[in-house]
Ligand binder design. Structure first.
Ligand SMILES: [Zn+2]
Length: 150
């Protein structure tokens, strides 16, 4: 079992990995070098991971044979697919009927106003303007509240 690394060593090994990929900044590289100068374990990690990476990158790429998956076509499978499609279409039609029947319920003035304002917006800029205007409109705040509930 591996011993848990200290925070500095863990960070140094993360930087070692970044250096192997050429993604280490100059400052991080200097800090990594300073750490490996005083930590033998991390210096060995840096050297061995660099050697392993060089060996792997020197190997030629090997491509595998293309993978083919054959799915047998059977009339039963086509029938199951058609039945599933019919169920989906039926659910969509039923959902449309349910939605239309619930739209006759009375709506509040606020919800009608929201639908109207959003429906008039056609571009993203208009939508942004709408939101900003909504924030700038002064809201009515009740100031004359009774101090004691009656
Ligand atoms: Zn270390």
């Amino acid at each position: 079992m591996m011993e848990p690394l200290g925070q500095l060593c863990a960070r140094a090994r993360f930087w070692a990995s970044l250096r192997l990929d050429g993604e280490l900044s100059e400052l991080e590289g200097a800090l990594l070098d300073a750490h490996t100068a005083r930590c033998a374990d991390c210096a060995e990690f840096l050297a061995s991971s660099g050697a392993a990476t060089s060996l792997l990158r020197a190997e030629p790429l090997v491509s595998h044979a293309p993978i083919r998956v054959t799915v047998p076509r059977s009339p039963q499978r086509v029938l199951v697919g058609a039945a599933a499609a019919a169920v989906v279409v039926g659910a969509a039609v039923l959902g449309g009927l349910v939605d239309n029947s619930s739209s006759h319920s009375p709506k509040t003035e606020a919800s009608r106003a929201n639908v109207a304002s959003v429906g008039s917006v056609e571009t993203a800029d208009e939508l942004r303007r709408l939101r900003r205007v909504g924030l700038l409109i002064p809201r009515w705040l009740p100031r004359d509240l009774p101090s004691e509930p009656s």
